[in-house]
Design a protein around this ligand. Structure first.
Ligand SMILES: *[C@@H]1O[C@H](CO)[C@@H](O)[C@H](O)[C@H]1NC(C)=O
Ligand SMILES: *[C@@H]1O[C@H](CO)[C@@H](O)[C@H](O)[C@H]1NC(C)=O
Length: 366
């Protein structure tokens, strides 16, 4: 029955695609992306902000060899997930090209610099905060309804895969941005983490209320071990103790919050991805993954290439695949591939309650 109805959706979409004069392609499930620079693919190019990746050498290994707004030398995590779904990459929501049949592929609402909290990333001025990304998701659904009707839109959203990556900036670009930041005077670290988790829970509940039914939620990476933090805070080459403490407090509580939310909803809507552990694996043993270094950024300057931004004037490594970090904060395409492989087929140490292959398999049967 369900497969008959999904055939029905496919034929509607197929007709629509023909009607819109776009070349027909096999339809796969839609994909929606929310969050920060780890998953943005170009929204900030359309905004007045310093948080952007639209100049070389960003994109140097992307198929076009040009910057796109992705904070990567090549593909980012959403691109690699789209490839696994057999789908085209989603367009940034603010792209003028996101119209007609292209809307049915999904959309990427992510914006570099944002956090769970509204006051995270204020130094970047005009960025799309989480509440606003969710408002855009509502607007998106109204636009798609005008094309295929409310009922088919609801089905498209319910059957979609969603990725949310947010939280790192609430530490790096808020609590720890400056000594004695407003939030650090207001909260001890453990209380701040509790506050973040409770605010995050509201955002995820809102996403559910807006129709999302399969949502991958990534934790933070090992915040204290990124080249930027090594350059600023490390004394002996080790990770920043304070930021590692933050990641160690936050990530397990995120998993617990997700477990609770799923229990309340009575179904496994949210899937926690332990990106801290995935990332930590190659931070602790880079050679096992083919990296010469997991401490030095490929593009940057100063100690660990961790100071300032990646720009045309920065040092640039000749082979990006040999580095876990592309710039002072963001993984290389090669590291993103390893992370997505774990999202797909990792054990329950990495994916709670199950990995993406299992989800895709389950969803194809219902
Ligand atoms: C963030 O700002 C928006 C717009 O001002 C507001 O509606 C929302 O409640 C704020 N979120 C939080 C958690 O304060
Ligand atoms: C994860 O995915 C693989 C398939 O790629 C599967 O064999 C494995 O059992 C899954 N692991 C868990 C814990 O679900």
């Amino acid at each position: 029955m369900a497969s008959a109805s999904s055939n029905f959706v496919s034929s509607i979409i197929f007709c629509l695609v023909l009607a819109l004069g776009v070349e027909a392609k096999p339809t796969s499930r839609a994909f929606f992306v929310f969050g920060d620079s780890l998953v943005e693919n170009g929204n900030n190019n359309y905004l007045l902000t310093t948080a952007r990746a639209d100049a070389p050498p960003y994109g140097i290994d992307y198929p076009t060899r040009r910057p796109t707004g992705r904070f990567s030398n090549g593909f980012n995590i959403p691109d690699l997930i789209s490839q696994q779904l057999g789908a085209e990459a989603t367009l940034p929501y603010l792209s003028p090209e996101l119209t007609g049949a292209r809307l049915l592929v999904g959309a990427n609402f992510a914006s570099a610099g944002i956090g769970i909290l509204n006051d995270t990333g204020i130094q970047f001025l005009n960025i799309i905060r989480m509440y606003r990304q969710l408002e855009y998701f509502e607007q998106y659904q109204r636009r798609v309804s005008a094309l295929i009707g409310a009922q088919q839109t609801k089905r498209l959203v319910n059957q979609a895969l969603v990725l949310v990556t947010v939280g790192g900036n609430d530490f790096v670009n808020n609590y720890y941005l400056v000594p004695f930041s407003a939030r650090s005077r207001q909260y001890s670290l453990p209380d701040y983490v509790k506050f973040l988790i409770s605010e995050y829970r509201k955002l995820l509940q809102r996403l559910y209320d807006l129709g999302a039914r399969r949502v991958l939620v990534t934790g933070t990476g090992p915040l204290g071990c990124v080249p930027a933090e090594l350059a600023q805070r490390s004394t002996n080459g080790g990770c920043s103790v304070e930021l590692q403490r933050a990641a160690d407090l936050y990530n397990p509580q995120l998993v617990e919050m997700i477990r609770g939310l799923n229990n309340k909803l009575g179904r496994n809507v949210f899937i926690a991805s332990n990106t801290q552990k995935m990332h930590y694996d190659f931070v602790s043993n880079p050679q096992a993954f083919g990296f010469v270094s997991s401490k030095i950024a490929c593009c940057g300057q100063g100690p660990y290439n961790g100071i300032g931004l990646c720009t045309p004037l920065s040092n640039l490594c000749p082979n990006r695949d040999l580095y876990a970090f592309w710039d002072p904060f963001h993984p290389s395409e090669k590291a993103n591939k390893i992370i997505v492989q774990q999202i797909l087929s990792g054990s329950t140490d990495y994916m709670t309650p199950m990995n993406l292959s299992t989800i895709l398999e389950l969803d194809s049967r219902t």
